[in-house]
Each structure stands twice: as structure tokens, then as C-alpha cells.
Design a binder for this molecule. Sequence first.
Ligand SMILES: [Zn+2]
Ligand SMILES: [Zn+2]
Length: 361
Amino acid sequence: MTTQDLSADLPSAPPQPMAAAIMRGAHHIEYGQIDKPRPKPGEVLIQVQANSVCGSDLHYWHEGKIGSAVVSAAFTPGHEFAGVVAEGSGADYGLADGTLVAVDPAQPCGHCFWCHEGNPHLCPNMIFVGAPPHPGAMAEYISVPLSTVYAMPQGFTATQAALLEPLGVAMHALDLAKLRPGSHLAILGAGTIGLYVLMLARISGALRLAVIDPLEYRREKARELGATAVFADVPSYLASVNDTPTRGADVVIEATTSPLGPRHATEAVRIGGKVVLVGIPDGDEFTLTGSQVRRKGLTIKLSRRMGDIYPRAIEYVRSGRIDVNAIVTHTLPLSQVRQAFEMLADYRDQAIKVVLEPQLP
Ligand SMILES: [Zn+2]
Ligand SMILES: [Zn+2]
């Protein structure tokens, strides 16, 4: 080994560049170079192979922020990702180079009241990969704590592994819904989460599965994935349930980005029903009508992240019961990150889920 080789391992060695998406605020994302991360003790270096674009990434695109998480400096987004263990960084933990892993982007602190209570997804000290200021995985490499890494069983692709993240979010929302066999479920929003909720609910015993979305191509996808009926808006949904005893859904899962989504959900749900809010509203505000939600005696739950769902999500996909790829409409090289964001923001080319691959030319 030459002295030059040795110096590469020293902390003082100059950082190596790597390709990454760089966001500088609303409507500003470019493909450029940042420093390649060096794994700290307890971390694994991942060579990213797939990173899907999430609705929350689009909030940063549209508004430059989600609540208090603000893009105030150059920042790399991306939290739905998978890749392979690189450069011997997993050797101490029994992870050989090239092992395909999925990564939970949430890093709860592990020592606060909520972590101890068994609700790490509610941890107020949580570090979230790809939420500013914490760099995300729309890059060639990312270094993450071993505790957030899940080795994939044989046969998984990187895209499937990346999509475990939104699948987990949908599973948690459905967990909160406590759907009973024979229930009527209405889903607002046929984006990634809404469609995953649909696919999960279909094998969880819901009898009627209505999907409401203003976009025709998304309704079409919902129909393809097992919706028993699709509607462009809540009034047309309500007209269709007029002759049923409940005249509304037992459970509504709201998975839109509209500030009106929660109100529409409370309109679509039956008296005494349940609403689960999982969407992130544009502008961070929504309103409900007090008399309506009160007189209906609604249960309204807000879904936050997911908790320890990865093992269950992996089993769902491994068993073939859920085809996570069914919603992927585009796979692009990471260098086309800007086009990916624009396509999704404009609902162009029938886009639903766009996967970015750093290794694609
Ligand atoms: Zn996401
Ligand atoms: Zn905590």
C-alpha cells in the first residue's frame, strides 16, 4: 500500500466529490456535486441505487418548506431509498459489500419519553433523512446508522426496497383506521399513499373501496388496482351511497396534498365514522367545520410516520401480496432530477411514482 492510499483513510484527507441533487429553495433543484459522506462509528455507507420522489419532496419544491423544516441552504432531498453496502462499511456488522438494504429514513433519539413509551415515530428529536437540514439520498452515497438498515431477502430489487418506505406509511395509516371486515372505505387522493392504502385494504377485508381523485388517469390506476368505484369529487361519491344504510364511508383515509382534503374527508365519512389524515396539506393549514365533525361524532386520527413497520412491509412484498412496483410510472437517471420534480408537480405524462437511479447514465 502506498502512502497515498493510506492518506485516503485519514480524516484530514480532502473529501471526495459525488453526484447529488441539490435543492436551494422552492422551484430550484439541480444535479451537481457535493462531498461524499464518510461513515461515522455505528454507520454504514450505502451506495444508493434507487430513490423514489415523494409528495413531501414536492412540498419542498413548491413551498421550500414543510412547517418548520425549511430549505434555507443547499440541501439534498430524498428519503425513499435503497442501495448496497459499500466499501467494507458493514463488515463489523455482518453486512457484506453489495448487500441490498432498505433504510428507514427516521432516526428517533431513542432516549426521550416518547421513544421509551414505544412511540419512536412521534419522537420530537427525530432526525429525518432528506428533511432539511439533514441531507437525503438523491445522491450516489449516503451514510446512515446501522439501526435504520434492513437487509433485503433474496429477489428484492432496489426499487422494491425503496418503496417499502411509502408502503410502511400506508400500512400505519391503515393500522390507525382499524378497518373491520365488510367495511366501506373511501380514500381521498390516488397518489402513492392512497394507492398503497387501496392495495392493502383490498386484502384486509374492506367490502367497498371507493377512491376519490380529480385526475382521470389516477382514477384509472385506482380502478386497475382494485377500487370498487372511483369518483372525481366527494359530492359524486355521496350521491352513490345515498341508498346505503350508512350514507357515507365507515372510514375515510385522506391522502391528498390539498388543504381542503381534511374537510372533504369529514364530508365523505358517515355519522360515527372515522377519518385518518395522512396527507400533508399545501400551506400547512386546514380547517374543519365544528358543527359537522361534532354532530357526526367523528373520530379523527392524524397519522405520523409509521413506527417499526419495515419487517411487516418486507413480508408483504416478499410474499407477493403487494406489488409495490404497480404504481411506478417512470424510472429516470438522477441527473434528470429536475425533470422528475417538474413532471410530478405538473401531473404530466400520467406520472404517479418516479424513481431516480444514480447509476443510470
Ligand atoms: Zn415519503
Ligand atoms: Zn426520542
